[in-house]
Design a protein around this ligand. Structure first.
Ligand code: HEC
Length: 357
């Protein structure tokens, strides 16, 4: 894919959302840093005095010195302290002005981390809230959000917003990477392409897989988006279930996934003012265009002995010794056809593919 310098900050900080009151939080106690090297040698004391919050920008600055945040407003404005996994991407990737220096601070901090973790184990009263410390139940809860293909785990159907509102949220948080209409931007994946998954000519580049032509379930699309996007702060509180549903609706609309069919068999599309909630999402779940191509592979696992030379008839073709007679061999003993055989025999156009991602 591409090189993304990303640092996952395990910030188990209990402070409130960045930019709000957390920014004004002062060090609870001022332990004078003893700076006799790259960082304050009494850092354990400083962390302890600050309730273990060693990813707090003020604590970082106290330990690493004034320049630690590289002249920026401070770390806390950049991170979402409520989100235990806060991403940072290289500026060169997304053009944002928030990269590299943030990456450097935790890098330097990993040195401090080792002994902080040791100290944590040796001292029952010391709780270091940062790298390597046991994850809190509350933090786990934030990620215990799986939605199954059958819709289990979806938010209550009172939660949602119109497709149009969802589009506005999408444009704000997703469009810079995926394009306003899901056409893709800056080399990131398109989320809506008007392409058939089957290339008409084997020499053509493999078609691009995307939501409309590839994803099997809208329920898992929602799940994926909520747990992974936007790239730097997935499962973001400022988007919320409501926003994630709206965004999903917008992407589904961009892919022309029907909401149902009328009496004449014409597909019904999502309207801009459709209130997109779990119920609508699940209606669409059965109309995902490529769903039928996802199936359970019931073939038994067989460990055959390999034969390349002087093979007995039983090991050639369909078992009768004719190397060309493998037509019958495509079927399992119970008559089930084997996967993809027509394509491999060039009897059908080549199968699915993906452009270089
Ligand atoms: C900083 C750029 C960036 C932003 C912003 C972003 N994404 Fe992504 N998105 C990516 C990257 C990179 C991938 C590929 C991730 C991978 O394959 O691991 C991806 C993958 C996806 C996919 C899977 C596509 C597929 O078919 O495999 C979906 C769906 C998606 N993003 C939706 C969203 C939504 C919705 C938002 C806004 C809430 C969003 N993204 C914000 C970069 C971004």
């Amino acid at each position: 894919m591409f090189n993304t310098k990303k640092i996952i900050l395990v910030a188990g900080i209990t402070a409130v959302f960045a930019g709000l009151s957390a920014c004004n939080e002062k060090l609870t106690s001022n332990v004078t840093p003893i700076m006799d090297g790259e960082y304050a040698s009494n850092y354990v004391e400083i962390i302890k005095a600050n309730d273990g919050k060693y990813l707090d920008s003020k604590v970082i600055e106290a330990i690493l010195g004034k320049g630690a945040t590289h002249g920026r407003d401070g770390l806390q404005g950049k991170l979402d302290p409520k989100n235990p996994y806060s991403f940072e991407v290289d500026d060169s990737i997304d053009g944002g002005n928030h990269g590299n220096s943030q990456c450097k601070v935790p890098m330097a901090f990993t040195r401090v981390q080792d002994s902080a973790a040791k100290n944590y184990k040796n001292d029952a009263t010391f709780v270091a809230k940062g790298f390597g410390t046991p994850i809190a139940e509350a933090a786990l809860e934030k990620w215990n959000i799986t939605v199954d293909g059958d819709g289990k785990g979806l938010p209550d159907s009172s939660v949602g917003m119109t497709v149009e509102e969802g589009g506005a949220v999408y444009v704000q948080f997703c469009a810079m990477c995926h394009g306003e209409f899901g056409e893709g931007a800056k080399g990131y994946l398109a989320l809506a392409v008007d392409e058939d998954l089957i290339a008409s000519d084997p020499k053509d580049p493999a078609p691009m897989k995307s939501v409309g032509n590839y994803w099997p379930y809208s329920a898992t699309l929602f799940d994926y988006i909520r747990r992974t996007m936007p790239f730097w702060t997935p499962n973001a509180d400022y988007i919320g279930d409501k926003g994630y549903l709206g965004i999903t609706g917008y992407i589904m609309q961009a892919n022309y996934i029907p909401i149902g069919f009328d009496e004449d068999g014409e597909s019904m599309e999502l309207e801009d003012d459709t209130f997109y909630n779990a119920e609508v999402l699940m209606k669409q779940n059965k109309f995902m265009k490529n769903q039928g191509n996802f199936f359970c592979d019931h073939r038994p696992i067989i460990h055959n002995e390999r034969c390349m030379k002087d093979c007995p008839d039983t090991m050639v073709g369909d078992g009768s010794g004719d190397i060309h007679n493998f037509v019958e061999a495509r079927k399992l003993p119970d008559g089930t056809p084997q996967y993809n055989v027509p394509q491999r025999l060039n009897e059908a156009p080549p199968g699915v593919g993906h452009t270089g991602m």
